[in-house]
Design a protein around this ligand. Structure first.
Ligand SMILES: *[C@@H]1O[C@H](CO)[C@@H](O)[C@H](O)[C@H]1NC(C)=O
Ligand SMILES: *[C@@H]1O[C@H](CO)[C@@H](O)[C@H](O)[C@H]1NC(C)=O
Ligand SMILES: *[C@@H]1O[C@H](CO)[C@@H](O)[C@H](O)[C@H]1NC(C)=O
Length: 350
């Protein structure tokens, strides 16, 4: 999945619309004309958002330098130095990365590839980030169907990707709710997620894939207290508990569908993340320390003060880092995840 030289050509696109267009053209492959799934509908958070998050507000760093420096070489609303999970899934499907909902009118030529409703900072429930929660994202999807932007025929040849990467738990933690009740909250979250996944399927989408949770205890905002030396095992065992409950929910959903198999599936991120974090790869040498971070505890990658002075430091070798900022993987990390898990990971989407 190394295509940087190729994508360098995009630098010649000059107008704003072309910038948007190219930013979402993560991977271009010849279109297949057989019975494959053709459209990708994406829901969830910053692991899959490719530009829906607004440019104004508290969480807009994905629209600031140095986000996007690797691809498309300017900030594109992705929480990474380059591509995110959505882009790699689209390339598995041999389609272009679907248009972010926010740009649906600017990029109508991308409608054949589906639509991305995900918003950075969101969760199954409302988070303090006040982004569209998963329910509301599906409402918007339903509106598109009602307005005949997508037909039942389209939906039959489509797949949904739902990424829930931890904002609900971060909100739970930050709001000071008791940690010994996390298990109850988990059940509550999984049961709402089940309702949401079933609803996407009931709208007509043939296959619904939900990510399991990555090892949250290894993310830099957690490991910073240990000087990025060790993952937090308490967090990771809670994550494993979440993943077990999710797996059971996905199985349960499958039982009640008429179609034989593989209508609901989970996409394992935990194990490929964990394996790379433990062993590294030939290219990824910096595992726990993020490439881009705030200079002090209270500041973040991409932040500047009122005078425009940088409040962050960015490394010169994002291709050697697993984590880009305090939460999100680099493009190189996503590429390694796909390499570690291929072909099983890609197969789900074909
Ligand atoms: C999602 O957001 C909508 C609109 O703000 C709200 O009415 C609804 O209760 C929320 N759903 C969940 C599950 O939190
Ligand atoms: C943190 O790690 C860096 C590099 O690994 C080292 O230079 C620094 O002294 C460490 N700081 C503390 C407080 O341990
Ligand atoms: C940052 O936070 C850590 C732990 O929360 C604390 O030990 C450290 O002193 C803080 N550093 C600064 C510069 O405030």
């Amino acid at each position: 999945m190394e295509g940087n030289k190729f994508f360098f050509l995009y630098a010649f696109y000059l107008t704003f619309i072309m910038m948007i267009g190219s930013a979402i053209d993560a991977c271009e492959y010849p279109k297949q004309v057989d019975n494959h799934l053709e459209k990708l509908f994406v829901f969830g958070d910053s692991f899959v958002d490719t530009g829906n998050l607004g440019k104004i507000g508290p969480l807009t760093r994905s629209w600031s330098f140095p986000y996007g420096i690797t691809f498309p070489r300017w900030p594109s609303g992705r929480f990474s130095d380059g591509r995110v999970l959505t882009d790699y899934i689209a390339s598995c499907m041999r389609i272009r990365s679907p248009i972010p909902y926010k740009y649906r009118k600017l990029g109508s030529k991308l409608l054949p590839y589906g639509m991305n409703f995900a918003v950075g900072g969101s969760g199954v429930f409302d988070t303090e980030n006040l982004q569209k929660n998963l329910t509301t994202q599906i409402d918007v999807f339903e509106d598109q169907i009602r307005n005949s932007i997508f037909t039942q025929y389209d939906l039959h040849f489509s797949i949904a990707l739902v990424a829930i990467s931890g904002n609900d738990y971060e909100y739970y933690r930050a709001s000071g709710r008791p940690l010994n009740e996390i298990s109850r909250f988990m059940d509550y979250l999984i049961s709402q997620l089940k309702v949401d996944l079933r609803r996407i399927h009931d709208l007509g989408v043939r296959k619904v894939v939900v990510t399991n949770m990555h090892p949250l205890g290894c993310t830099p905002f957690i490991t910073r207290v240990s000087n990025y030396s060790t993952c937090n095992t308490a967090y990771n065992s809670a994550v494993q508990q979440h993943n077990q409950k999710l797996e059971a929910a996905v199985k349960e959903l499958g039982k009640h569908t008429r179609r034989r198999s593989a209508t609901f599936m989970s996409l394992d991120l935990y194990n490929p993340f964990q394996s790379i974090i433990q062993h590294g790869t030939r290219n990824l040498k910096n595992i726990l320390k993020p490439c881009c971070q705030g200079k002090t505890n209270g500041t973040n990658c991409g932040e500047r003060d009122d005078k425009g002075v940088k409040l962050y430091e960015v490394c010169s070798d994002p291709e050697e880092h697993f984590y880009w900022d305090s939460v999100h993987p680099t493009q190189a990390a996503w590429a390694a995840v796909f390499q570690a898990a291929e072909p099983s990971l890609c197969k789900i989407f074909m």
